[in-house]
Design a binder for this molecule. Sequence first.
Ligand SMILES: C[C@@](CO)(OP(=O)(O)O)[C@H](O)COP(=O)(O)OP(=O)(O)OC[C@H]1O[C@@H](n2ccc(N)nc2=O)[C@H](O)[C@@H]1O
Ligand SMILES: Nc1ncnc2c1ncn2[C@@H]1O[C@H](COP(=O)(O)OP(=O)(O)O)[C@@H](O)[C@H]1O
Length: 301
Amino acid sequence: MSGPAQSRLPPPPAAAGLRERAPAKVNLTLRVVGRRADGYHELASVVGFAGTGDRLELEPGPELALVLRGPGGAALAGEGDNLVLRAARELAARVPGLTAGRFVLDKRLPVAAGIGGGSADAAAALRLLARANVLAPDDPRLAAAALATGSDVPVCLAGVGALMAGRGERVTPLALPRFGMVLVNPRVPVATGAVFAALGLAPGAHRPAPAVPAAFAGRDEALAFLRGEPNDLEEPARRLAPVLAEVEAALQASEEVRLVRMSGSGATMFALYDDCRAAARAARRVAAGRPGWWVKSTVLG
Ligand SMILES: C[C@@](CO)(OP(=O)(O)O)[C@H](O)COP(=O)(O)OP(=O)(O)OC[C@H]1O[C@@H](n2ccc(N)nc2=O)[C@H](O)[C@@H]1O
Ligand SMILES: Nc1ncnc2c1ncn2[C@@H]1O[C@H](COP(=O)(O)OP(=O)(O)O)[C@@H](O)[C@H]1O
């Protein structure tokens, strides 16, 4: 594999390559249960995946390259290293002779939004490289490359509902009921590190980890659990992004909504509904008169 190149134009011809979806990650709960000596925080988070996300293609070949497309492609083009390239390099460092190739990222998710868009892209890159190089999905080098790329990449690599623990390296699958869901991002980017810093937890601190059921009997049982387990990053994120109060109010205005909460370090908020039609109705109402916000009606699970 030779050095990476990153470009936006010209658009490539239709790739005859491999394709993967990179779904948005949603932290349904997020408890910060400690802070390690290295500064990272220990988490306990129930994570689900949306029916919406980015899309990534790979044309296998000797060169590592990335082409950015889609509504969010331009914004990322000016940035330094993309997480797709970082993940590929982390895997190449662990798999001698890895065949890489040209990635084409269709960037649809808002960036720095608490829904792990970059982590989902990195995980999709690892899945594509695994397919191109005939690596087993449980090859430990994939897990190691995922964690070296970012704390959220292991759960995105699993790509199923899960309890995420530690810095993000412990992922235990957890079947979640299906919900209609609306994601709203007010287009205010929030840096993950800044939100953890604003939490102000002392190094070495410990809090009790929540007891998480092994399974949920249905939506009502899941909601009863979720309502009792908040997102500990929501309060510091609200201080950094006061617009979150407006987002919450807009989502709470629907009579059909079952739960409204922030995902990850924000500023995307999610709302859950019993079905897709209720979610679509709510999304239309929230989007009306707010052209600057990203509002997406989708599903959880
Ligand atoms: C908060 C979460 C919840 O799922 O999601 P996002 O809001 O980013 O989507 C994740 O833990 C984010 O994971 P990720 O975005 O991969 O974070 P990383 O790149 O590893 O770390 C970014 C920075 O966040 C802080 N960080 C991250 C994870 C963690 N468990 N403890 C931390 O303290 C550190 O300051 C680190 O330098
Ligand atoms: N493919 C990518 N998609 C999104 N962000 C990326 C990507 N590659 C690198 N980044 C960088 O990673 C940071 C975190 O992005 P993202 O994963 O969208 O946010 P979050 O961790 O809050 O969910 C961004 O600020 C951006 O600079």
